[in-house]
Design a binder for this molecule. Structure first.
Ligand SMILES: [Zn+2]
Ligand SMILES: [Zn+2]
Length: 127
């Protein structure tokens, strides 16, 4: 069983033989091998130091989350909405553009807005 001889500076460990910064142990590894002189430092030496580099990978998911937020859900149709078979209450035309909107919270249902394809009359239906 190897004993810890590495020089600890903050959360970093340095090789006691050549002074090289030792890498963090990978999962399942029991020793960290110095890249320069092959000195072996037990991975347990890292258990008592705070590993500051752990916060770094978390920066990536937040960046992804931000990216996802900006990608707003959009329908393939334009601003008018989807052309559906719906009878206009004003002129009796049988096609209207429909747009579904989540007005309040998700559990309060949604409202579908219709715009007549003929006379542009607008009305809405609560689901
Ligand atoms: Zn070394
Ligand atoms: Zn109409």
């Amino acid at each position: 069983m190897a004993t810890s001889r590495a020089d600890k500076v903050g959360s970093l460990l340095f090789c006691p033989d050549c002074g090289t910064l030792l890498a963090l142990p990978k999962d399942g590894e029991t020793v960290v091998v110095c890249e320069q002189c092959a000195y072996e430092e037990p991975a347990t030496s890292y258990e008592n130091v705070s590993i500051t580099t752990r916060s770094a990978p978390e920066a990536f998911p937040s960046a992804l989350r931000q990216k996802r937020k900006t990608q707003t859900k959009h329908h393939e149709t334009g601003d008018q909405g989807t052309l559906v078979s719906e009878k206009c209450p004003a002129c009796g035309h049988l096609q209207a553009y429909s747009k579904e909107m989540q007005l309040r919270s998700a559990d309060e249902g949604s409202t579908v807005f219709y715009t007549c394809a003929s006379c542009k009359h607008g009305w809405r239906v609560n689901n």
